[in-house]
Design a protein around this ligand. Structure first.
Ligand code: G3I
Length: 348
């Protein structure tokens, strides 16, 4: 049976399963916990302010076994303009994870998109820049020893079009590959246990970008840096080709490292298909395909599947006012067909 046909059946089942669920009680709160069905850790991206919402906290703790900081473990939150650090929010995330028996995943230490004033001021400072870079990584990656199971050490290093690597403040001061190698070395120095990841997006839609990403991973390994896993963000849309996720996961896994489907969401793109049921079916199919792709790997390479946001209302795209619904749960916390599709795959 082809991927497309199996996924079509799966998404139809998923839609039917959701239709049957009890009205009133948000189905998500009653549905069988995903984390008890999944054969690998299942994560969710979390903003600490949402933990104050009891319904949110209960749904998160019920279904997920891993927590990724959506933004508060990044430089934009931690590094103040005067060069000092703040950890209140990441500590809240870590505390919630610990209290609920969830693994903590750190995202992200070094990202081209987060060139903060405290570093911009020392641009070109040579050893001064290198020392500050190391000190930042030691402070952040060293904060949750024994709790953080992994870190996205470098995020989105490959150029948008896949042709080569991004130029950024980090590469300008420490070298195109040098900043990546140093980041992994400093992260290992900070945390001897955490699995250290290279993470990027559009690896499903751009095979050139995937090749460049893999080539960088090989260079980092050849330099002796402790690269321990590859993250494919998997920000998809309902018009993502069937099989694209499977092909990407398979090729990335060829290096032999653990794979993290690290930021899975599927935009409904209301403009693409007029029929909402058809969009929800496609969304369910893609969530199912991502889970199947990870399940198709040897157990040692199935690091985790992380969704990027708990309920549609919490998703970052909704902040722009977009009528989007990319997650597993609707605004009320009800399980959507995508949730049922994941549960179906895990139950096989
Ligand atoms: O909540 C504060 C608010 O109190 C404050 O007034 C405001 C001032 O700027 O900031 C608000 O925080 C924002 C935060 O999202 C929560 O809404 C930050 O500014 C904003 O930068 C942050 O955006 C995050 C973005 O990465 C940049 O860090 C998104 O939540 C997050 O979903 C997005 O995630 C990225 C991954 O890290 C990498 N892959 C792509 C993915 C989606 O863009």
């Amino acid at each position: 049976m082809t991927i497309a046909r199996r996924s079509l059946i799966l998404s139809g089942l998923a839609l039917a399963a959701c239709g049957k669920q009890a009205r009133g009680q948000p189905a998500g709160a009653a549905a069988q916990p995903l984390k008890s069905l999944a054969p690998f850790p299942i994560g969710c991206a979390v903003k600490s302010d949402l933990l104050a919402d009891p319904a949110y906290a209960a749904l998160l703790a019920r279904h997920f076994s891993q927590l990724t900081g959506e933004w508060e473990m990044k430089m934009e939150y931690i590094l103040r303009d005067d060069g000092s650090f703040r950890f209140e929010a990441p500590d809240r995330l870590a505390g919630f994870a610990r209290a609920n028996g969830m693994r903590l995943f750190g995202h992200t230490l070094i990202w081209y998109a987060q060139e903060r004033p405290a570093f911009a001021r020392i641009d070109g400072a040579g050893q001064g820049f290198a020392d500050a870079y190391r000190n930042y990584i030691l402070a952040v990656a060293g904060r949750y020893p024994g709790q953080a199971v992994g870190w996205d050490v470098v995020n989105e290093p490959v150029a948008e079009n896949g042709e080569g690597l991004r130029a950024c403040l980090w590469s300008k001061n420490l070298g195109e590959v040098g900043y990546v190698v140093r980041a992994f070395e400093h992260a290992r120095e900070a945390d001897p246990q955490a699995v250290l990841f290279l993470n990027d997006y559009n690896l499903e839609h751009n095979s050139r970008k995937r090749s460049t990403f893999l080539r960088l991973a090989e260079q980092v390994l050849k330099a002796g840096a402790p690269l321990g896993g590859l993250g494919t963000q998997s920000h998809l849309t309902v018009d993502t080709e069937p099989g694209a996720v499977t092909a990407a996961v398979r090729e990335l896994a060829g290096l032999g490292l653990p794979i993290h489907v690290s930021e899975l969401d599927v935009q409904l793109k209301p403009g693409v298909l007029p029929d909402r049921e058809a969009r929800l079916r496609r969304q369910a199919r893609l969530y199912g395909e991502a889970a199947e792709a990870l399940m198709g790997l040897p157990a040692r390479q199935r690091f985790a599947l992380t969704v990027w946001g708990l309920r549609d209302r919490d998703h970052w795209l909704r902040r722009g006012g977009k009528p989007e619904g990319p997650t597993l749960f609707d605004d009320a916390g009800g399980a959507k067909p995508a949730f049922a599709a994941l549960a179906e795959v895990f139950k096989r």
